[in-house]
Design a protein around this ligand. Structure first.
Ligand code: HEM
Ligand code: NAG
Ligand code: NAG
Ligand code: NAG
Length: 324
């Protein structure tokens, strides 16, 4: 009797584990171990392609991080941004925040090919973006974190979502805050995630009005940026300038130091330090790079959690540019 009772009791943990596993497959939860048996090689495969892409061109790390942001803000992190337009399909690439601006799709293609060689048909393009964004931050000197995975790829995209959800650089603090809130991200997350502008470049068309016509900007800095960006709209629109004036290929807290000295490149950047509610947070990141890194990691994980497709929803694309 006692022996049978203890045999039953010893089965309970196993039963609980089975139940948890079943629940895990049907709930929309990402986890860091999702590929631990199905594709343990994914991390090395992604990292080596990202490493060589950044070795070829430093800016590519920034471009990949931005792809992840622009993907996640439109129907969640589902690789909807990666879909090419066709005669019968309107994707997100031509939407205003993306057109002529987002880049790095060939690198994502190269990563996908490398990953397909290791474990065909297993890893989503959405997860590849999430892992590649983390690797880019690390390679450029930023913090690391364990990436939650298990996302599925969308079979749809949203042109209007890309236009409406991604904040334009003309946004004020209230608008920035509300566009992040619409994605379940706090104002604190918004300020920390904006620190991604410590890397990468922006086009004249996106900073012209700020450097010519606004007063919350350092005068010498404004003149320097004017010299590479003609005042007439339509001329030199694609001329580039670094978002972080000194070190656009190093991930550190210089972005916030620039804001405090009124050397933010975009109107939206300077809004984070312009006498408002977020000034104190910006100051705290100037004082403590580790505080910035910790909050940036929290923000990236939260952004990566925006309405994931999991389980049997969506698909694992064979080619990131088109649905299967
Ligand atoms: C807070 C609202 C934000 C606004 C208004 C904004 C706006 C912009 C604009 C206008 C550019 C330059 C694009 C161009 O001129 O072609 C840019 C570049 C960039 N953004 Fe943002 N951004 C925001 C938040 C973020 C976030 C949350 C991330 C990532 C976590 C991010 C990552 C980047 C990176 C890395 C670049 C440089 C890309 C490259 O050099 O290819 N941005 N952003
Ligand atoms: C995208 O940019 C190109 C080149 O500047 C332009 O010709 C095209 O009209 C733009 N597309 C949309 C949908 O705005
Ligand atoms: C600056 O503002 C004036 C007056 O609103 C406008 O005419 C001009 O086009 C603006 N210049 C730039 C570069 O935005
Ligand atoms: C808080 C907020 O969303 N403010 C403004 C954002 O921008 C639009 C115009 O694009 C305004 O109408 C909102 O009031």
């Amino acid at each position: 009797m006692a022996a049978r009772a203890s045999a039953v009791a010893s089965c309970i943990p196993v039963l609980l584990m089975l139940l948890a596993m079943l629940a895990g497959t049907s709930s929309a939860q990402l986890s860091t171990g999702f590929y631990s048996s199905s594709c343990p090689g994914v991390y090395d495969a992604v990292k080596s392609v990202v490493q060589s892409a950044i070795a070829r061109e430093k800016r590519m790390g920034a471009s990949i991080v931005r792809l992840f942001f622009h993907d996640c803000f439109v129907q969640g992190c589902d690789a909807s941004l990666l879909l090419d337009d066709t005669a019968s399909f309107q994707g997100e690439k031509m939407a205003t925040p993306n057109n002529g601006s987002v880049r790095g799709f060939e690198v994502i293609d190269a990563i996908k090919s490398a990953v397909e060689k290791v474990c065909p048909g297993v890893v989503s393009c959405a997860d590849i973006l999430a892992i590649a964004a983390r690797d880019s931050v690390v390679i450029l000197g930023g913090p690391t974190w364990n990436v939650k995975v298990g996302r599925r790829d969308s079979t749809t995209a949203s042109f209007s979502g890309a236009n409406n959800n991604i904040p334009p650089p003309t946004s004020g603090l209230a608008n920035l805050t509300s566009l992040f809130a619409a994605q379940g991200l706090s104002q604190k997350d918004m300020v920390a995630l904006s620190g991604a502008h410590t890397i990468g470049l922006a086009r004249c068309t996106n900073f012209r009005a700020h450097v010519y016509n606004e007063t919350n900007i350092d005068g010498a800095f404004a003149r320097t940026r004017q010299s590479g960006c003609p005042s007439t709209s339509g001329t030199g629109d694609n001329n580039l300038a670094p978002l972080d004036l000194q070190t656009p290929a190093v991930f550190e807290n210089n972005y916030y130091k620039n804001l405090v000295s009124r050397k933010g490149l975009l109107h939206s950047d300077q809004e984070l330090f312009n006498g408002g509610a977020t000034d104190a947070q910006v100051q705290s990141y100037v004082s403590s790079q580790s505080a910035f890194f910790a909050d940036f990691v929290t923000g990236m994980i939260k952004m990566g959690d925006i309405t994931p497709s999991t389980g049997s929803n969506g698909e694992i694309r064979k080619n990131c540019r088109r649905i299967n």
